[in-house]
Design a protein around this ligand. Structure first.
Ligand SMILES: Cc1cc2nc3c(=O)[nH]c(=O)nc-3n(C[C@H](O)[C@H](O)[C@H](O)COP(=O)(O)O)c2cc1C
Length: 208
């Protein structure tokens, strides 16, 4: 009971490391009380729906961690309710590493970055292939023509990280929106410049 993310990740060896490093008391404060950090609220759902990429970690049968990057237009990760997130599994290199891993162990970690705003969200959950008759998954099939299946993550816990050490990075769309006022200002100044030049040299043809 308590902070579900810390509860799941607080294994005996993690706790031993904290005890050895003197931070055990810091995290003991989050133990007990009603469960928190296990249901997606509006902040989490909004953040997830706005992402254009995700890092997804699964566990191999031999215990090796495996991370794959997934990407798509904002909205490719669809929060279905306060526990579930779905996305289209696209036809790709056909290695099926994530798909194979979750067949043996459904536990996954999702790592979602918002570089521009220096925010990140970590989620732990169980991933499975969505049922084809599940009507709530239909929009994902419709949006992704190369979808082989829909994968559904049932979230068990999440945690936000602090922005420290996240270098801001911007997508092409974010850069375009950011420089739009500057472009407009340059166009206005260029027009003003043309008018002024014409005033100084009325005989001169206005530059194209
Ligand atoms: C031609 C091609 C296009 C791909 N397009 C996407 C894509 O748009 N989004 C994405 O997340 N992965 C894309 N992938 C990656 C594959 O879907 C990849 O096989 C999938 O992420 C499964 O990876 P895994 O076997 O490592 O789990 C693409 C791969 C190929 C070869």
């Amino acid at each position: 009971m308590g902070h579900r993310f810390l509860e799941i990740t607080g294994t005996p060896s993690v706790r031993a490391a904290r005890a050895a490093q003197g931070s055990a008391a810091t995290y003991a404060r989050f133990e007990g009380g009603p469960d928190t950090h296990d249901q997606l609220g509006s902040a989490e759902a909004g953040f997830i729906a706005a992402r254009d990429s995700a890092y997804i970690a699964s566990v191999s049968e031999t215990g090796w961690p495996y991370i794959q990057h997934r990407g798509g237009p904002p909205g490719f990760l669809l929060p279905l309710d306060d526990r579930r997130i779905a996305f289209a599994d696209l036809r790709g290199n056909r290695q099926y590493l994530t798909l194979g891993n979750i067949a043996a162990d459904s536990r996954v970690a999702l790592f979602l970055m918002d570089y521009a705003n220096r925010r990140r969200l970590k989620l732990l959950g169980r991933m499975e292939v969505g049922a084809s008759e599940d009507a709530s998954l239909a929009p994902l099939f419709a949006a992704a023509r190369r979808a082989e299946r829909i994968l559904v993550v049932t979230v068990e816990a999440f945690d936000w990280n602090c922005p420290q050490h996240i270098t801001p990075r911007f997508t092409e769309a974010e850069v375009t929106a950011g420089v739009a006022p500057l472009r407009r200002q340059i166009e206005e100044l260029e027009a003003e410049n043309r008018t002024l030049r014409q005033g100084l040299n009325p005989a001169q043809e206005p530059a194209a």
